[in-house]
Structures are given as structure tokens and as C-alpha cells.
Design a protein around this ligand. Structure first.
Ligand SMILES: Cc1cc2nc3c(=O)[nH]c(=O)nc-3n(C[C@H](O)[C@H](O)[C@H](O)COP(=O)(O)OP(=O)(O)OC[C@H]3O[C@@H](n4cnc5c(N)ncnc54)[C@H](O)[C@@H]3O)c2cc1C
Length: 487
């Protein structure tokens, strides 16, 4: 039976800086490129159509680019083991090449099953790191230096001239497994997937948008232009962190926007830092990293939770953020942090109750960033300074003219400054003048943010001083902290 190298594409949908592709070409056997859309993953709590549409667009883009070399990505709708078993009945998979994945429990369990299958079948499975995340680490000693080395190494660009592919005509036996049904198109305001789109975002950022990066980073409206917007492309692998890092290095060394670039580069490092944390402690998907917070006294309140999810809390900036995220899949860092702060501190609801909802809405859902960030903003790590964002203060500071609020909460479109920040405080005469009925035109706030923040602050500070929280904080510091240089 013909022997092949199967390149299993996962969250790495690009043709450049791709070590498994490069390795497969160097191996010399005919190559089969496969992407498997797994029903179990498509139906996971964290999954949304928007993700799979983005992936689909990325695959279409790859196939366009691959046409000149006479191949395409075989795109299957199947569980991975079933797909491998079917392929293996018709050709012999000698090598399985892929990137390492720091994923949710479901993909971790799937990878364990694939390991067993490969061992039984004599398939040699090689996995390459795809960012500065290092597998098997016990602590962070030397992590930062290794990250620097990795980011400065030459890109792993495949030599396509040497590639040979399994003849696609031989794949008819897989017809029943083809992923035939494209996910429904995403709304117009959502970013589209694909390596070419990713390159365009990178170029437009470095050629101009970067200018106001630091100044606009926390502003919900201006950040949409001045931040890179590369996150979905990095999360689904249309770009590697190394490609982005090296592109920014060229600019930094030329001295153009050097300060902005340094600020941006520190985020690229954070990207890998958080994924490293999750790689070393994947139970963070389901439980607080600090075991002292396991029994933190959260409330159960489905009505409040639903108001948060629907963007009907009566706090204008909170609602604008949630509605914008639902419609566009994107929100800047500060507003994401505020949404989690509001959920966990002011509403006193468990971060786990909002985790899957936000994962579904973030077009850039990256488990290794998502869960550690959620826990950090919820204040359950015991090692980070707890920030409780006051949504009214944020509203006044980050959206002073209400451009963002009025766009996403049209009920407030005609309410002038400064009332749209706290519409419930309008006098009866003002309410009549602006035809605004509190609780009817727009909900009354579900909590008093000042009072709720004070209560949350007291509770979380009390928890921080619990012996178990302190003891586990020491363990976390020893395992996960880095050199001061980049903090
Ligand atoms: C609760 C919460 C959940 C989050 N979940 C995700 C997620 O699932 N996927 C995701 O990519 N980011 C997540 N972030 C981090 C951050 O908000 C986004 O990376 C950023 O807003 C993306 O916009 P950008 O690409 O324009 O960022 P830029 O500011 O242009 O940054 C460039 C890249 O650096 C990385 N980055 C930036 N900020 C951070 C950060 N604080 N931590 C880690 N990496 C960062 C991202 O890869 C980003 O694309 C989360 C933040 C919070 C508070």
C-alpha cells in the first residue's frame, strides 16, 4: 500500500511559517493535507458558527493558494479517529505531522486517543510547537529567553518546489466524509478568515493604524481601528506569532513608531505567556487556578446572568459592550475585562457561568488566553492585583462622548451628554423632555455599581487573606511567574 505523510491542520491554517508542512516536504513521501471538522468540537459549549465560518474561509483561502501546486486541503466532517481509520484503510499513513495544540479538555482527550491509535498502527506522530509555548515545563525558568530565541529564528517556510502530493483523484473513498455544508456566513461587521486577509490586517496596522495604538488601546470605539485586530488570525493560525513579531521587529529597528511597537510586542509575549500557563495547568478550564477560591461565595441568579448575556443590565457601557461583541465578535481588552469584572464582582456570579458564553462570542477564542484572563479578571488567582472596574467611571473615561454607547444601545441615541452615562439619574422634567421612561425605554440598572463594587472589594480582600489562598498563591508564583524584564 502507498505510504504517505499526513499533515493534520488544526489551528494553523496558513502555508507560511509552518514547520509540519516544511517537515512533510523534506520527508519526501507523498503528502495528504487534512483538516477535520469534528462534530464533537463543533457542538462544544465554547463553539459558535462564527468560529467555523472563519475556519471555512481560511480553508477556502488555502485551497486557492494551493491550486498552482496541484493540491488542496482535504476537508472532512468526522471525528479525528474515524477519519484516520478510514484513510488508513486505503493508504498507509507513515507519518502524522501537526502542530502542538494547547486546547480544551475535549481536544486534549482526543489527542490522547490519537497517540494510542498511532502507537497501535505504527504511525510516527510528530508535533511542532507553533508559538513560544513549551511543552513539558515544570516552571518558567529561562522561558523568556527561549521565547526570544524562538521568535528570532528563521520562519519555517515550506519549499513548495520539492513537494509531492497524493493524487486527489485517489481520495474518492472519502467522499462520504467531506465537509460539504459551509457554515452560514457571518454578519458583515465580523472579520473574515484567511491567510490573505490576515496579511492585509498586518500590513494596514504596521503601515498606519499602529500610530495611535497605545493612546486608543482602552477605548471601545477607537481601539477597533488602532489595535491590530490580529487576534482571530493568530487564534486560528492564519498567522503565526513569529511572523507578526518579525514584521514588527523590522519597523522597531527602523525607529518608526518604536514605542508603540514595543507596547504591541509585549502583547505578543503575553499571548504566549497565558497559553503557557494554560498548557501547564489545563484544569483552569474548569476550576480556579488557586484552589483557595474553590468555594468562593458566588450567588446563583439566572435573571442577572441573562441580563448580562443579553446586554440589558441597565448599565450603558456594559450593555453596549455585550451587544457589540454579539454582533461583531470583537471587543478590546479593557472592555472584555470590564465585562468579566461586572459579572463576577458587581453581580457576584461565578466566572464559569460566563466563560462559555464569552468563548462563543469571541471570534478569536483561544482557550489558553481565555481561561487565564477570565480568572485573572475575576480575581481568583491570588497572585494578581484585583481590579474592580466601575462601569460608569469607564464609560466617562473611555467613551466620554458616547459614540460607542449610542451605536450599540440605540435606546440612548437621543439622550445628550452626560445623561447617557447614567440615564436613570435624569430628573422627571428631563425624562419627559427626552421622552425617556426609566425601566421602559431602557432597563433600570440591575445593581447599584458603587455599592456592589464595595461589597465585592470587601469579599475578595477577605478571601485573599485565607490561609489556603495564600499557600496556593506561593505555589502559583513558583510555577508560573517570569523574569521581571517584561512584566
Ligand atoms: C476575559 C478575557 C478573555 C480574553 N480572551 C481572549 C481570547 O480568547 N483570545 C485572544 O486572542 N485574546 C483574548 N483576550 C485578550 C485580549 O483582549 C485580546 O487578545 C485583544 O483584545 C485582541 O485584540 P487585538 O488583536 O486588536 O489586540 P492587540 O492589542 O493588537 O494585540 C496583539 C495581539 O497580542 C495578543 N494580546 C493582546 N492583549 C493580550 C492580553 N491581554 N493577553 C494575552 N494576549 C494578548 C493577542 O494575540 C493580540 O491579537 C481576552 C481578554 C480578557 C480580559
Amino acid at each position: 500500500m502507498e505510504e504517505i505523510t499526513l499533515v493534520w491542520l488544526k489551528r494553523d491554517l496558513r502555508l507560511r511559517d509552518h514547520a509540519p508542512l516544511k517537515g512533510a516536504i523534506e520527508r519526501g513521501l507523498p503528502i495528504l493535507l487534512v483538516y477535520v471538522a469534528e462534530p464533537s468540537l463543533l457542538q462544544a459549549d465554547q463553539s459558535d458558527n462564527r468560529h467555523w465560518r472563519f475556519v471555512w474561509e481560511g480553508l477556502c483561502d488555502l485551497n486557492q493558494s494551493l491550486a498552482p501546486v496541484g493540491t488542496k486541503v482535504l476537508t472532512l466532517y468526522s471525528e479525528v479517529l474515524a477519519a484516520l481509520q478510514t484513510i488508513q484503510r486505503h493508504v498507509r499513513i507513515r507519518y502524522l505531522y501537526s502542530h502542538q495544540e494547547t486546547g480544551i479538555r475535549l481536544t486534549y482527550e482526543r489527542d490522547k486517543a490519537v497517540t494510542v491509535y498511532c502507537r497501535e498502527q505504527g504511525i510516527s506522530w510528530c508535533e511542532w510547537p507553533q508559538q513560544g509555548v513549551q511543552r513539558g515545563r515544570k516552571n518558567r525558568s529561562g522561558w523568556s529567553e527561549q521565547w526570544d530565541t524562538f521568535m528570532n529564528q528563521p520562519l519555517e517556510d515550506p519549499d513548495w518546489k520539492r513537494a509531492t502530493f497524493l493524487n486527489p483523484d485517489r481520495l474518492d473513498f472519502l467522499r462520504d466524509l467531506f465537509w460539504q455544508q459551509p457554515p452560514a456566513p457571518n454578519p458583515a461587521g465580523m472579520q473574515q478568515g484567511g491567510e490573505k486577509k490576515a496579511q492585509r490586517y498586518l500590513r494596514s496596522f504596521l503601515e498606519g493604524r499602529v500610530r495611535d495604538y497605545s493612546r486608543h488601546i482602552s477605548k471601545p470605539e477607537a481601539s477597533r481601528r488602532s489595535c491590530s485586530r490580529l487576534s482571530p488570525y493568530l487564534a486560528w493560525g492564519n498567522l503565526s506569532v513569529r511572523q507578526v513579531f518579525q514584521a514588527t521587529e523590522t519597523l522597531r529597528k527602523s525607529g518608526v513608531h518604536a514605542g508603540q511597537i514595543r507596547n504591541f510586542q509585549s502583547r505578543l509575549r503575553w499571548h504566549c505567556h497565558f497559553i503557557q500557563k494554560f498548557e501547564m495547568e489545563p484544569r483552569m478550564e474548569l476550576a480556579p487556578i488557586n484552589t483557595g477560591f474553590s468555594d468562593y461565595g458566588y450567588d446563583k441568579n439566572p435573571v442577572l446572568l441573562e441580563a448580562w448575556k443579553q446586554g440589558t443590565t441597565g448599565l450603558p457601557l456594559v450593555d453596549a459592550c455585550m451587544r457589540c461583541l454579539t454582533a461583531t465578535g470583537y471587543l478590546n481588552f479593557r472592555m472584555r475585562a470590564m465585562l468579566v469584572s461586572f459579572l463576577t464582582h458587581q453581580l457576584n456570579l461565578d466566572w464559569r457561568e460566563g466563560a462559555a458564553h464569552l468563548a462563543r462570542l469571541f471570534l478569536d477564542f483561544e482557550p489558553g488566553i481565555h481561561y487565564p484572563q477570565l480568572q485573572m479578571q475575576a480575581g481568583v488567582t491570588g497572585i494578581n492585583q484585583v481590579r474592580i472596574y466601575n462601569p460608569i467611571k469607564q464609560s466617562r473615561e473611555q467613551d466620554p462622548e458616547g459614540l460607542f454607547i449610542k451605536k450599540w444601545v440605540p435606546e440612548l441615541a437621543d439622550i445628550p451628554f452626560p445623561h447617557f452615562h447614567e440615564p436613570w439619574k435624569m430628573s422627571p422634567i428631563e425624562q419627559q423632555f427626552y421622552r425617556f421612561k426609566p425601566g421602559e425605554t431602557y432597563p433600570l440598572p440591575v445593581v447599584d455599581p458603587e455599592l456592589a463594587s464595595k461589597k465585592a472589594r470587601d469579599a475578595i480582600w477577605k478571601a485573599q487573606s485565607l490561609p489556603q489562598v495564600k499557600a496556593d498563591a506561593k505555589r502559583i508564583l513558583a510555577k508560573h511567574t517570569l523574569a521581571k524584564r517584561w512584566r
